[in-house]
Design a binder for this molecule. Structure first.
Ligand SMILES: [Ca+2]
Length: 352
């Protein structure tokens, strides 16, 4: 599935990394105590955020580095023009866990040659790591003690094929299916224990698959379906992407599938199994609101609730920048540190 180029809005709770000069967001309204801030940047085919808050954005075939304030610094590398006169569309841009490399995905018309490349963060030539039809998101998790790339997408040239998750085979493109889901291609995330979070945008569910089952599927065991999930949380809207902060708080963005205007960024509550066990931390502004695509955590091992890093969201509908979402006001940090339930109590503005 072709992912349309997105502009990037950062939703952040990172007071330290975010200059106070940033204007309030015109794209998202933070749900108190969070607030949203626009970060000017580019129109990205994918993005990620470094541990110190810099933005790595895929612009065309260029992988560009921006300061935490969104100021362009340099081109890290350029991926070869492998599709001739036809465009390659960026689908994701992901730093490796140690930050030494950047992996980027592309799709092309007809999904005839959808490639994944890596480049050194320090600059250099691109390596064609794999070809994966309909790639959408890539996240790293450990298998047998080694970091491995997992990809979500359709893995099919059939339009409307359901979303699925695969362990990427960079040797021979014999990708290993981890989970069959439903709905359109959507993002994934792993927490520190290797649990997999994935979305079925058809059933409007966010699943958590336990790390043991993920490891089994990655090493020859049966692939998974939604019924194999440890937890499933119902969602109001179709989920788009998921990210996890440095202490395993889980955030996701979702869009009203009717295109009627609602795009929200939410955080799962502890013990989230059940219906709508999440709180919104920011909501789209405007007639069509937003159509958000990707979400990422920036801040290394930080805890978003303790102002240790930010949540960043790419927004397609209101192109032209990055929004840093949701910075708790300093006065609330002490409250937040007393526990997530306190935060939940502060954020009861949920759609229902
Ligand atoms: Ca993700």
């Amino acid at each position: 599935m072709r992912k349309i180029l997105v502009s990037c809005f950062v939703l952040s709770v990172c007071a330290a990394a975010v200059p106070s000069a940033h204007a309030a967001s015109t794209v998202y309204q933070g749900v108190p105590p969070f607030k949203a801030t626009d970060i000017p940047g580019g129109v990205f085919g994918g993005f990620d955020v470094t541990a110190d808050g810099k933005i790595v954005g895929l612009v065309g075939r260029d992988i560009k580095l921006y300061s935490a304030a969104g100021v362009f610094e340099q081109i890290l590398a350029t991926v070869p023009d492998y599709n001739g006169a036809s465009l390659e569309y960026g689908s994701f841009c992901r730093l490796t866990p140690d930050g030494t490399d950047v992996w980027v995905g592309f799709t092309v018309g007809g999904n005839s040659d959808d490639r994944i490349y890596s480049v050194p963060f320090a600059g250099g030539s691109a390596t064609h790591e794999a070809t994966f039809t309909g790639n959408y998101d890539l996240e790293f998790a450990q298998v047998g003690g080694n970091w491995k790339p997992f990809v979500s997408g359709t893995h099919s040239t059939t339009f409307g094929a359901p979303n699925s998750v695969w362990l990427l085979d960079t040797a021979a493109d014999n990708h290993v299916k981890i989970a069959d889901l439903g709905g359109y291609a959507s993002g994934i995330a792993f927490d520190s224990a290797g649990n997999l979070y994935a979305i079925d945008s058809g059933l409007l569910k966010l699943y958590r698959f336990g790390s043991a089952r993920v490891q089994s599927a990655a090493t020859g065991g049966p692939s998974l379906v939604g019924d194999n999930a440890e937890f499933a949380t119902d969602m109001h809207f179709a989920g788009s992407d998921i990210t996890v902060d440095g202490v395993d708080h889980v955030f996701f963005n979702s869009n009203d599938p009717s295109y009627s205007g609602a795009s929200i960024v939410s955080m799962l509550q502890p013990g989230y199994a059940g219906s709508y066990k999440y709180d919104n931390i920011a909501e789209g502004i405007g007639g069509y609101g937003n159509w958000s695509t990707q979400i990422a955590f920036g801040g290394g091992t930080g805890d978003v609730l303790l102002v240790g890093g930010g949540i960043y969201v790419a927004d397609f509908w209101s192109s032209g920048g990055v929004t840093l979402l949701a910075v708790p006001e300093p006065a609330t940090v002490a409250l937040l540190s007393s526990g997530l339930f306190t935060l939940g109590a502060l954020m009861r503005r949920r759609m229902s």
